[in-house]
Ligand binder design. Structure first.
Ligand SMILES: NC(=O)c1ccc[n+]([C@@H]2O[C@H](COP(=O)([O-])OP(=O)(O)OC[C@H]3O[C@@H](n4cnc5c(N)ncnc54)[C@H](OP(=O)(O)O)[C@@H]3O)[C@@H](O)[C@H]2O)c1
Length: 281
């Protein structure tokens, strides 16, 4: 039984490979990556795999029984890329495909959800046995801004009072490894969020607590927030997407209280305070 992991040199993919190695022999894991040299430290077989080169994908999937398709990061280009992988998986005889989607993809108001729900539909239409991992927001998306917020004297966003049930990447990775190596996940869709939900004001309060400084949460309009992100040098598309996601969060788009992820990994998800403490080091 071989398990293939795309995006294995990415932040989530590395953690998935690591968690898989704790469960199955390294020989049964295949890292499907754009740059094999970057995969040298993973300790598993690495094969060249670029979503934009459909002609090479079928050969790279030979012998792979289970395939984790980690969604790409080129927003706006992802649907054709993902479709190429799905088609190749079918042709190569992959037995089950697993896909990292977005929380509540079918009802989400986040713009980001569009490519994910379209990919989910393509997977279902392919006839492949599938499992959809609808990952919640990574906690690191917000804690990554903590040091900057301390420097600036405020945490900014436009998520209002929206509760965010984020999960650390490592928890999402462990959930993926459990699903990839477990049974009974055929044709299932899982909402995988963190146990704990917080507002950005509560996050700012935690930053204040951990640093001993007064870091309030400054809630902006979506346009104000996007403009500030652009002034930091973020590309316009990324800034707009982040601001749109915060607006989605203000409407509950990043909230979920089913605790499915902790049930799968058999422990509570990593607390916000811990992920934040790691980010503030
Ligand atoms: N839930 C969330 O909060 C959240 C946040 C951000 C992103 N995401 C989604 O979750 C995915 C994984 O997150 P992450 O933090 O691990 O992102 P990441 O570090 O940016 O990793 C993305 C991975 O996708 C690979 N990739 C991109 N384009 C590709 C292509 N054309 N062909 C093959 N591989 C390609 C990258 O390859 P290289 O290693 O060669 O660059 C990288 O390994 C992201 O790509 C995105 O779809 C989710």
């Amino acid at each position: 039984m071989k398990i293939g992991v795309t995006g294995a040199t990415g932040q989530l993919g590395r953690l998935v490979v690591d968690k898989l190695k704790a469960k199955v022999a390294a020989e049964s894991i295949v890292a499907l990556v754009r740059t094999p040299e970057k995969a040298a430290d993973l300790g598993v077989e690495a094969r060249v795999f670029d979503y934009t080169q459909p002609e090479n994908l079928v050969a790279a999937l030979q012998g792979v029984d289970k395939l984790l398709l980690i969604s790409g990061n080129e927003i706006g280009q992802r649907l054709p890329q993902h479709k190429a992988v799905i088609e190749a998986a079918k042709q190569a005889g992959v037995k089950q495909i697993f896909y990292t989607s977005i929380l509540h993809a079918d009802t989400s108001s986040l713009e980001l959800a569009g490519e994910h729900i379209a990919t989910e539909s393509a997977i279902k239409a392919s006839g492949l046995v599938y499992t959809i991992l609808r990952n919640g927001w990574y906690t690191e998306n917000y804690t990554g801004s903590a040091k900057g917020a301390v420097g600036a004297g405020a945490f900014i966003g436009c998520a209002g009072d929206g509760k965010i049930a984020s999960a650390a990447r490592v928890d999402c990775a462990e959930g993926a490894a459990v699903i990839l190596t477990g049974e009974g996940h055929e044709n299932k869709i899982y909402e995988l969020a963190g146990d704990e939900a917080y507002t950005l004001a509560e996050l700012a309060a935690e930053i204040s607590l951990q640093t001993g400084k007064n870091i309030p949460y400054n809630n902006l309009t979506e346009t104000q927030y996007a403009d500030i992100l652009k002034s930091f040098g973020l590309p316009e598309g990324v800034a707009n997407m982040l601001a749109d996601s915060d607006t989605g969060a203000s409407r509950g788009g990043l909230f979920d209280n089913t605790k499915k992820l902790s049930a799968l990994i058999g422990r509570p998800t990593t607390p916000l305070a811990k992920v934040l403490a790691d980010a503030l080091v």
